[in-house]
Design a protein around this ligand. Sequence first.
Ligand SMILES: Nc1ncnc2c1ncn2[C@@H]1O[C@H](COP(=O)(O)OP(=O)(O)OP(=O)(O)O)[C@@H](O)[C@H]1O
Length: 880
Amino acid sequence: MPSWWGKSSSKEAKKKTSKEGIIDSLQRRFRTPSENKPASKSGGSRRRTCDTVSEKGCQSVAQSRSPSPSKQVSRCQSFIERPRAQPLPLPGLQPAGIGRTESGISVPSKPRSEKGSKPFVPLLRSRCVQSRPEPAEVDGDVIAASFSSECSIDSDDPADSSQRSPLASDYENGSRTAAGSPSRMMAKVQSVTEIRLREATKPANQISPLSSRRRPLSNHVPNLQVPCHGTFYIAPDSSLSSPSRSPLRTPGTEQVINSAFWTGKTYADLPLLGSGHCSSPGSGQNSGHNSMGGDMSGQLFWQPSRGSPEYSPIPSPRMTSPGPSSRIHSGAVSPLHPRAVGPAPDDGKQQSHRLPLPPVTISNSSPFSHPNSAATSPSVPRSPGRAENPTSPSSRWKKGKLLGRGTFGHVYVGFNSESGEMCAMKEVTLFSDDAKSKESAKQLGQEIALLSRLRHPNIVQYYGSETVDEKLYIYLEYVSGGSIYKLLQEYGQFGELAIRSYTKQILSGLAYLHAKSTVHRDIKGANILVDPNGRVKLADFGMAKHIAGQSCPLSFKGSPYWMAPEVIKNSNCNLMVDIWSLGCTVLEMATTKPPWSHYEGVAAMFKIGNSKDLPAIPDHLSDDGKNFVRQCLQRNPLHRPTAEKLLEHPFVKNAAPLEKPIIGPEPSDPPAGVTAGVKSQGIGHTKNGTNLDPGRLAIHSSRVSKSGLHSSEIHIPRNISCPVSPIGSPLLHSRSPQHLNGRMSPSPISSPRTTSGSSTPLTGGSANILYNQLNQSVYLQEGFGIKSQNHYTNSPSCRSPYHDIFRGTQSGSQIFRELLSSENEAIGKHFGRPLHGELYDGQSVLADRVSQQLLRDHAKLSPSLDLSSCSPFPDRMSGM
Ligand SMILES: Nc1ncnc2c1ncn2[C@@H]1O[C@H](COP(=O)(O)OP(=O)(O)OP(=O)(O)O)[C@@H](O)[C@H]1O
C-alpha cells in the first residue's frame, strides 16, 4: 500500500526501522569489498528509505548478490506493505524526509550533503529490500510473487538507479513495467512466485535482493546478445533507453544485465535481472507510473518510475536520490547524466532558466542535414553574449518549474515572456557516445513520430522539438491541471459525474487513436492529464505503437495493474488492451486505486493473468458504471467493445460536460476594439451572441455534428480565464470566427505575437492558422485568408517524423535523427494527412506555429535553406 494510503507515519517509521535493519543485514551479507566504503550505507526499506539511502550514495547489494536466483528475488515496496491512507502532506505535516515546495512539488526535506557538489555518486543503488509480506495481507497463491518496486536492476545513472523501484509498479506509481516476452513473462512470474514463496519462508536476513546491480558481464551475462534492431525492443523506460544511464558514467554490470535482459534470458537468469527498476511510479516526481515497456522478449523489467514530482507524498527513490534529476530543489544536478549537470528546476522557489542557447553557426555539413533542419549541421554553441539573439527561438523560452520527471528526462513549464504563452518542455539529454542515449533517442523519435501525427482535443498536442547542444527539447501542450493520478492523490476519489466526463473524453481520445490503428498501451490515471476546465488529455505515448496488422505480438508493455490479461499471458495484444486499461482507470478514478492494487505488482499480474476473477467494483458506482467497467474488463479481448462502441454506452453517452457555461459580459460593456457583432469575454471571444468560446467551438461543434444536435442545443462552455490552459491559450483564438475574415483578434496576451510576428517557436507571427468549425477543416493563413490544404505547406500531410527542427550541435541532433528508425517511417506511412473534417484543437495551431517558426527562425540563420520542401528528408520520407 502506498505510504499515502498508510495509516500513520509512526507505523511507517517502525517499519522503516525494521527494514533498515534488514537492509543492513543484506548489505553485510552481500556487500562486496568494493562496496564496503564509508559512503555505502544501509538504506531503509520502502521508497522513502531508499531515497535516503540513495541520497547518501550508499547501498549497493547487487554485485554481491547470491548466485541463487531465488535469493535474488527481492521485494520492494508493495501496496500491501505500505502504510494505508497516509494523508496528503499538508503544510507543516509532511512526512519525514519529504518537503513540499511552493509549487507543490514534494521533495525530500532531508538535507543532502552532496547537493550541488555531488551530482553523481557511483554505485548508488536503490535497495531491493526483501521484505516479507504479512501473511494476513497476502493471498496464499501470490504471497511470494512480488518484486520490489524499489529495486533497481539497472541504471548507469547512480542517481537514477538509486531512485528506482523495480516493479516500479506499485500502483501508486502507476508504474509502468517493461518486460519482454509475455509468454515468458508469465512463466517468470510464476517462477518468481515460487521463489517468493520459498523466500517468504526464510528469515528476512536470508533473503537476498533480486537485484539489479551491475555485475561483470562475464559473470552474469555470459550470453549477452545485442537486441535485434528495428523493433521496440527497448522500452523507453529501460535503462538502456534512458539517457540518464550512460555507460560512460558508470560502466557497470547493471547495464550489461539489462542488455541481457532484452535478449530474453532464461528464467534461471531472471532473478539477476528481474528485480527491475526500483522506481516509485507515482512517488515523488514520478507521476506514478511504473510501467513495463518495450517490445522485448524474455525480460522482466520493471521500469523506473516516472512521474510528476508534484504529488506523491512518498518521495520517489528517484526523486530523493542523489540523482541530479531527482532533486528538484537540490541545485546543480543532472537528471540524466553527469555531464548534463545543470541547475535544478526548483529550489523551493520557482525559478526560470533560460533554455540552452542555440548554436550560432550552422552549416550543412552534416550527413543528416536537410534543408529544413536547423539542427542538421555542426554548430558552435552560442556564447553567453548572444543569449538575447532574437533569431533564437529557444532564447525566447524560459524553462520554468519542474512538472515531472519521466523516463527520458524532465518536463518543465516553458514560458515565453514575450507572448505570455506556456508549454510543457520535455528535456532529454543526448550523448553521442552513450548507447543508452541512442536508444532513448530512438524511443523518443518513435514517440514523436507518432505523436506528431495525432491531433485531437483529448490528446496532448505535440508542438515540435529541437535539439540544443546535447539536449533534445520536446514541446508539448501544457496541461496545467496535472494527471488524474495526481488529482486522485490530492483530492480523493472522483464523483461519478467527473468519472463519466473523464471517461467519455478518454474514450474519445482512444477512439481517435484506435482509428489510426494505434494502441496507447499505457492508459492509466498517471498518463491522463486534466486541464483546469476538466478537459482530459491522453499523454505519454512512449508506449504507444502503431499496429500494422491485427495485433502486436511480443509486446509486453503497460503498467501491471492496468495491464490486460492477454498482455500478461503473451497473447497477441491489440487495440483492446487499451479498453481493459480504461476499465481499470475507471476503477482507479472511483476508488483512487486500480484493481488488484492490494497485490504487489507481480502478484497482481499473476492474478490478472491467471485467475478468472474480476476486480471488485465499488458499490457506489451506478449500474451503468458497473456495467461499463464489466464491459471493459472482459478477459477475452474479443468481447470488449471498441472505444467507438463504448462511446454509446449510457455511462458516458449522456455524460454532462464539466465546463461551466459562459457568463457573458454586461451588454453595455463591450471592450474597446471589438468588431461589431463580436464581443470579447475575458480573453475569449464570442460570435454574434452565440457565446461560444472559439477555443471550444470546434470541439463542441464536433459534438453537435456527431450527435445531430442543433446549434441551439450546444452546451455553451465557459472559458475560465486560464491563460495557461489550452482553452485559455491565446492561440486558440486563431480559430476565432474573426479569422475567417482574415482578421486576427488575438487576446491581449497573444497580441504581441500575432501582430509582431515575433520569432518564438510557438508564436510565429505569420504562422499558418488552422481553423475548424462545424466539423469542417479550413486552413487559414494569417493575413491571407483561407488557404487550401494543398497549399498549406505545414499541413500535417507534410509532416514527417523529421519534420521538427533539430537545432543544436551535431552530436545531439545527429544522434537523434540518426536513430530515428525505419519503423518511424513506417509509422508515418500510416499517418498521413488527418482526415478531412478531423477535429483540430487550437493546440494544433500552436503546433503548426512551432514548426513553422522553427523553420523560419532557422531560415534566418541559414538563408539558403529551402523551406518549400514538406519533407526534410524526401529520400527517406518519400513513402509517406
Ligand atoms: N504536457 C504536459 N503538461 C503538464 N505536465 C506534463 C506534461 N507532460 C508531462 N507532464 C508531467 O511530467 C511528468 C513526466 O512526463 P512524462 O511521463 O510524459 O515523461 P516521460 O519521459 O514520457 O515518462 P515515461 O515515458 O517514463 O512515462 C508527468 O507525470 C506529468 O506530471
